[in-house]
Design a protein around this ligand. Sequence first.
Ligand code: CP3
Length: 356
Amino acid sequence: MTELKNDRFLNALLKQPVDRTPIWMMRQAGRYLPEYRASRKDAGSFMDLCKNEQFACDVTLQPLERYPLDAAILFSDILTIPDAMGLGLYFETGEGPKFKKVIRTAEEVQSLSVVNTKSDLNYVLKAVSTIRHELNGRVPLIGFSGSPWTLATYMVEGGSSKDFRHVKGMMYAQPEVMHQLLDVLADSVIDYLNAQIDAGAQAVQIFDTWGGVLSHNAYQTFSLKYMQKIVNGLNRERNGVKIPVILFTKGAGQWLESMAETGCDALGLDWTTDIGQARARVGKQVALQGNMDPSVLYASPERIREEVQTILTSYGKGTGHVFNLGHGIHQFVDPEHAKAFIEAVVELSPAFHLAD
Ligand code: CP3
């Protein structure tokens, strides 16, 4: 195995000392980059980008060519699992993801089986090993998956939703059917992430984009319970090296304590939570990742820098912070503003890691 030349990201997640706060951006490979749009055109479609390991590798590396980022994230999508379950994922321009088949009845849930990543999602594993090879130890590679609840929202709604009518309807009217669906998904995610770890992913993040639309009780029962099952089922070490696990539920500011109790290594925070207060609540148990509002990137580089300083100051001195946005970077952001953001973290954060 090639030696890792930049281990800031992994060290911060494990709360080991670092020289500065590491940074990566959710959705760092994406439509705000003209080189991404060119690759997507060459590949033909978004799914063609994901399914061809050389394209997936090229776009993973694009943001690293531009910016001093401390981690790469596998280029793929959370919806590869339902696609492998036979739902037929497709993207219509400007409309987000859609499925040819939806899951709405007990019979439809019973017809699903746990994915076998090595046979059904081998293209993702090929992408992971190609990217690891081309990174050559430059920065660590993050693998990822959607949470069972978030995957279920897309599978039951058939795509994106504003009111979650069908999925919440199923949850309240037929809770046992919903639990059966979430169980198949949790077992699939465990297989998927362990296979990514085997193929070379050095940390993993679970994206629970829609956990925040649930009530307090429903979040614990229908989202967190299944992320707990995943945390318990993951291989947390490979060749004697720890594989940190990051849980990100958007809109979960009030649930950080119960998320930390799962035994994960880090929590991703959206921008609605003050990171200093989050540290006071759960900072002894977990590292924190986040949490600048992605919309700050529409403001001037000076304004972006001020916001970076505010977040660094709020977290305070010492390790355990991975800088990130509070959600994915928007497609209309000027790449020069993303650069100003990342450079501000590189320049301003060393002061927070000096010995007293
Ligand atoms: O972070 C990265 O750079 C890695 C790649 C990545 C993508 N999707 C690429 C992508 C990751 C980590 C995801 C996760 C994902 N996908 C989530 C969870 C994170 C989040 O944002 O909350 C969700 C909910 C999805 C489902 C999904 N995929 C949606 C809703 C969309 C449409 C988004 C939009 O802005 O239109 C996608 C498509 C998608 N996934 C794109 C990219 C770069 C845009 C596709 C394109 O080129 O048109």
